[in-house]
Design a protein around this ligand. Structure first.
Ligand SMILES: [Zn+2]
Length: 468
């Protein structure tokens, strides 16, 4: 019995791993002669496999370890009463003992709905013990399902929602969360954005200051979120302007896709277009950096009347017509070989002036591994070839900036950026109609916004809107 508790704790650890990946938290181990020979985490979503239950994963693992498809003298420990499929597999594999935690009143096949193991025609050898650490096992499941019940809008099954607690107490981010989930492109996903400094008198036509109000639309890239703009937002609002700063799906407080391949260029672009339409933004100054520009620079051509200005920082238009830079290629390769890289460390490395609490804030959206799909998806999504997804629209955008852009522009380059640095930005400047020479920040790196306060001061002096 003591041994049963010990092994069930091992199964619970695996259940937690499944839960952290966004799967229903169920875990299993197979034990033979006092040693774990097989481990399994529930994983049907990530594996696209309806049979990827914890028990089957553990049985397969054990059979590989032992080198035999018959698992005689083995005990299977699983945190939840097995379903009919798993009960069948347990019998087929000749498991001698089954020990499970919580019972499963809706699908359990070891006594709850039916009892496969009690059928003498099928079963001659499996002893069944239920209810071992059942409270701990059940609590994991209850906690997993609890946040969904609390949400006002249903969460999509293929997505995760970062809990509010992950964002508690982070420095210099006092702004109220705004959410939208009924944009056509979102199909039920919940997008988070900041919306600060909005003039109350926009429709009254009385307040002359409202006519001078610009909307700074601040778009972040990978692996950042709207936190990136915390040093610029107060300056914009203090000068009477409005700031809208969304978190792309997969980042920040927005919902996260479970799988990298759910992300694509057109989806993210369309979400931004839909958000601008929904909020009916006008006199927009587009503020972009990294993916904020790769996506954001393709927006104004679809709605030029809404845009008044552009503030571009270390970014690119990925038209697929010339090779991606060496700096970007090594970043992409690094991401691929370090899939679990810590976002906070990345910020700390290039920004020695940031506090630990600030760098840690960049980790907040990614506290569970299951929430990291966007980090895996974005680097390979940069359009690389002429026919890459997003490349054609980026070429159209380039043409727009060269020949049709009527607004004011401003460019700031962080010179310590190995990925999207000075050379590419100077070329971009040449392609933006009437864009003055860039402001160079020798001390700033890729995340230029970490030096954002003086940039915002320059911007509010630079961008003036006609009051017509
Ligand atoms: Zn099952």
């Amino acid at each position: 019995m003591m041994a049963d508790l010990k092994w069930m704790h091992e199964a619970i650890e695996l259940a937690k791993q499944a839960g952290a990946s966004g799967e229903v938290p169920v875990g299993a181990v197979v034990v033979r002669e006092g040693l774990i020979v097989g481990r399994g985490c529930n994983g049907p979503v990530a594996n696209n496999d309806p049979t990827a239950h914890a028990e089957l994963m553990a049985l397969r693992d054990a059979a590989q370890t032992i080198g035999n498809y018959r698992l005689e003298n083995c005990t299977l420990y699983v945190t939840l009463e097995p379903c009919t499929m798993c009960a069948g597999a347990i019998l087929n594999s000749r498991i001698s003992r089954l020990v499970y935690g919580a019972s499963e009143p809706r699908t359990g096949a070891a006594g709850s709905v039916l009892d496969v193991f009690a059928n003498q025609g099928l079963n001659h050898h499996t002893e069944v013990i239920g209810g071992v650490l059942s409270d701990a096992c059940r609590q994991l499941l209850q906690e997993f399902f609890k946040p969904k019940r609390l949400n006002l809008k249903p969460l999509r099954e293929d997505a995760l929602r970062p809990p509010d607690e992950w964002f508690e107490g982070i420095p210099d981010y006092p702004w109220a969360a705004q959410y939208v989930s009924d944009l056509p492109s979102l199909k039920g996903l919940r997008l988070h954005y900041l919306d600060e400094g909005r003039s109350e008198n926009l429709n009254a036509g009385q307040d002359p200051s409202s006519h001078r109000q610009l909307t700074y639309l601040c778009l972040h890239g990978n692996p950042a979120w709207s936190y990136l703009y915390r040093k610029m937002i107060p300056t914009f609002t203090t000068h009477g302007h409005r700031v809208v700063a969304p978190d792309l799906i997969g980042f920040g407080k927005s919902d996260k896709f479970k799988k990298p391949n759910q992300h694509n260029f057109d989806f993210h672009r369309q979400v931004l277009l839909d958000l601008i339409e929904r909020l009916d933004l006008h006199r927009i100054v587009l503020v972009v950096q990294d993916w904020g520009g790769i996506l954001g620079l393709t927006l104004p051509m679809d709605m030029p009347h809404r845009f008044a200005g552009l503030l571009a920082m270390n970014t690119a238009l990925a038209t697929g017509t010339q090779p991606l830079t060496e700096g970007f290629l090594s970043w992409r390769a690094w991401c691929e070989s370090n899939p679990d890289f810590e976002v906070a460390k990345l910020f700390a490395r290039g920004n020695k002036h940031m506090s630990i609490a600030e760098t840690q804030a960049y980790n907040s959206p990614f506290k569970d591994r299951g929430h990291r799909a966007a980090l895996h998806a974005f680097p390979p999504m940069v359009p690389e070839h002429e026919n890459s997804s997003g490349a054609e629209i980026s070429r159209k955008a380039l043409n727009f900036w060269r020949h049709q852009w009527q607004g004011q522009s401003m460019m700031v380059i962080g010179l310590q950026d190995p990925v999207l640095g000075e050379a590419g930005m100077r070329e971009l400047q040449q392609n933006i109609q009437a864009c003055p020479p860039p402001i160079l920040l020798p001390q700033a790196g890729h995340f230029v916004q970490e030096h954002g306060q003086p940039i915002a001061e320059s911007a509010v002096q630079h961008f003036k809107v006609s009051t017509s």
